[in-house]
Design a protein around this ligand. Sequence first.
Ligand SMILES: Nc1ncnc2c1ncn2[C@@H]1O[C@H](COP(=O)(O)OP(=O)(O)OP(=O)(O)O)[C@@H](O)[C@H]1O
Length: 225
Amino acid sequence: MRATSLLVGYGESVDSAVCPPVTIEVPAGRALAIVGANGTGKSTLLRAFVGLLPALSGRVEVLGREVDEREASFRAAVSTVMDEDTSFPSLTVREHLLLLARGHGVSRASALVTELIAEFGLTDRAAAMPTALSSGQRRRMLLASAFVRPRRVLVLDEPEQRLDAGMRDRLAQRLIAERADGVTVIMATHDPALVSTVATEALLISEKAARRTSPKDAVAAIEAL
Ligand SMILES: Nc1ncnc2c1ncn2[C@@H]1O[C@H](COP(=O)(O)OP(=O)(O)OP(=O)(O)O)[C@@H](O)[C@H]1O
């Protein structure tokens, strides 16, 4: 994933940018943590990275091509968990995951779904409707959704949200394994443990600058907020 002089915001002109310009490259098998205070533009940047928001200026490329979420090759490669709480209506947890896996052409969909339901601690709730889950369980289901489909890039907005300590640890282990498989991980986070265990590099955003730092400096920055 490569961003070049990327400016993001919700208006029409560069004057509406929510944060300073971002230039960063994240190769395969690396994990970028985007850190900064509330409202500094982390989620907005992620939206531009996955093509949900057009750039005000600058460029974003994923896998060597300019981002276009309408392209099948882009959707096949980029798996996201953004700040949303959506699932298919009238489907249970297991059916939701199965539909995603099959929609993405996964061959051993049923076995993979069973494994992910166990990994994300949802075995007892596999037959429940998402509306009958606790908020943390719903978040677990959304995270499991990101791993039930093929991916070369994972984009996660505060994946630690609403997870208990045990689940946060398991998520960190899963993200380390994803990196080892060559997946590029990009996550906005406020969790120092996730940064120190998973990230290989960080982007620290403030009103003045968006600059690349080490995970260690990013942890210090989170703790100083
Ligand atoms: N849909 C929107 N329309 C207009 N402004 C928005 C919209 N979403 C967010 N903003 C504004 O853009 C700025 C950046 O918000 P963003 O959600 O990217 O911050 P963040 O760094 O992810 O914050 P947090 O740590 O609280 O999640 C904020 O000032 C916010 O109020």
